[in-house]
Design a protein around this ligand. Structure first.
Ligand SMILES: Cc1ncc(COP(=O)(O)O)c(C=O)c1O
Length: 380
């Protein structure tokens, strides 16, 4: 059996090698490294894939979120509701603009923001705070789309915008609508380890709104107006490199197949793993992109030690929720403020789920978890 890894970019590269090399050579022949023709070609494919009028590529998933908030003119005094159980970028961009992230706890079954807790938190801020509620950033954690039906209803009731942090979920679906089209604005990441990753940093934002899309193309290029030396707003240098667009174009033809492989592995895990671990649930009519397959287990450290010894790598996303991070200390949160996120942080661990794991490896991993749990007496 091949050694098991968390990611196998070499196997993927072997599969796309000829197309990839041709596309990279084409960029190196035309030398249009910034906003070259591959960027426009990619944006057209991404817009078609998501059914959105506009897909605007950018330099990272973090900048995609920043573009979304900047296009909505978010600034000091604004409250943006989001989850503390996420990668730091989700809240960081809110702080960078001088606005305030207001955390809302998650649901343990999905690891995504709870629509009921969201509603309660918005009511509390409206009643008790000087902050102005402006918007919501829902995160599709581990690739599972958040409950946008409920979240969009809550947002409409309070006149808030919704941004989907779809950094981990590109390729997922909800009610047959693809990720990218589930909220007013969606932001994704093409970081190499994401379901659709390039060979460096990259990202994209999606919207149906022409004005918002035109703000995206302006902000990603220093706030340009009619041309790059006409500056109509403050902006960023946040474009996607042409070479990264070429990499993504080479990967897109195999992407659906890779998502299907991730789903098959997730199904095998969910059927085969022992009852003592809590496996992830996927709501009806929802397809996860399975960026991660995360389980909850007591005795996590011993389970991880046992798996490491057996040659099964694991990861912990995320060991500390954002409200307890030093960078967010000014919000004066205490342990116990978001108990579901805290419990998840203590018990969560992720198993390998890349599309190039073969059946033998998947069954080896399942058996290694069964052994680890029986050796360590793990319970969930
Ligand atoms: C939920 C979430 N949001 C935002 C980001 C930021 O994406 P990037 O690393 O491309 O800036 C990530 C990446 O890890 C993420 O997982």
């Amino acid at each position: 059996m091949k050694p098991i890894s968390l990611l196998d970019l070499a196997a993927q590269r072997e599969r796309i090698e000829t197309d990839l090399e041709n596309r990279l050579a084409a960029v190196m022949a035309h030398h249009r490294y910034i906003l070259g023709p591959e960027v426009g070609e990619l944006e057209k494919v991404l817009a078609e894939k998501t059914g959105m009028r506009h897909a605007v590529t950018c330099s990272s998933g973090t900048d995609a979120l920043l573009l979304a908030l900047m296009a909505k003119n978010v600034g000091p005094g604004d409250a943006i509701f989001t989850t503390p159980f996420t990668f730091v970028a989700t809240a960081e961009v809110i702080e960078l603009l001088g606005a305030t992230p207001v955390f809302v706890d998650i649901e343990i079954d999905s690891f995504n923001i709870s629509a009921d807790a969201l509603s309660a938190q918005i009511n509390r801020i409206e009643a008790e705070s000087e902050l102005k509620p402006r918007g919501i950033i829902a995160v599709d954690l581990f690739g599972l789309p958040a409950d946008y039906q409920s979240i969009n209803l809550v947002a409409d009731a309070h006149d808030l915008f919704v941004i989907a942090d779809a950094a981990q979920s590109f390729g997922g679906r909800l009610d047959n609508s693809p990720v990218g089209g589930l909220a007013e604005i969606s932001a994704t990441s093409f970081f190499p380890a994401k379901p659709l990753g390039c060979y460096g940093d990259g990202g994209a934002v999606f919207t149906d709104d022409d004005e918002v899309a035109s703000a995206f193309t302006s902000i990603r290029m220093h706030g340009k107006g009619t041309d790059k030396y006409d500056n109509i707003r403050h902006g960023l240098n946040a474009r996607l490199d042409t070479l990264q667009a070429a990499v993504l174009l080479a990967k897109l033809p195999i992407f659906e197949d890779e998502i299907a492989a991730r789903n098959r592995i997730a199904e095998d895990y969910s059927k085969g793993l022992p009852d003592v671990v809590k496996t992830p649930s996927v709501p009806a009519k929802t397809t996860s992109a399975w960026a991660q397959y995360s389980i909850l287990v007591d005795n996590r450290d011993s389970v991880i030690d046992s798996l490491t010894e057996a040659g099964v790598p694991t990861a912990i996303y995320y060991p500390k929720p954002l409200h307890l991070q030093t960078a967010y200390a000014s919000h004066k949160h205490q342990p116990g403020d978001f108990p579901v996120s805290e419990e998840a942080s203590q018990k969560i661990m992720s198993l390998p789920i890349h599309p190039y794991l073969d059946d033998d490896q998947v069954h080896f991993i399942i058996n290694a978890v069964i052994d680890a749990c029986s050796q360590t007496g793990a319970v969930c």
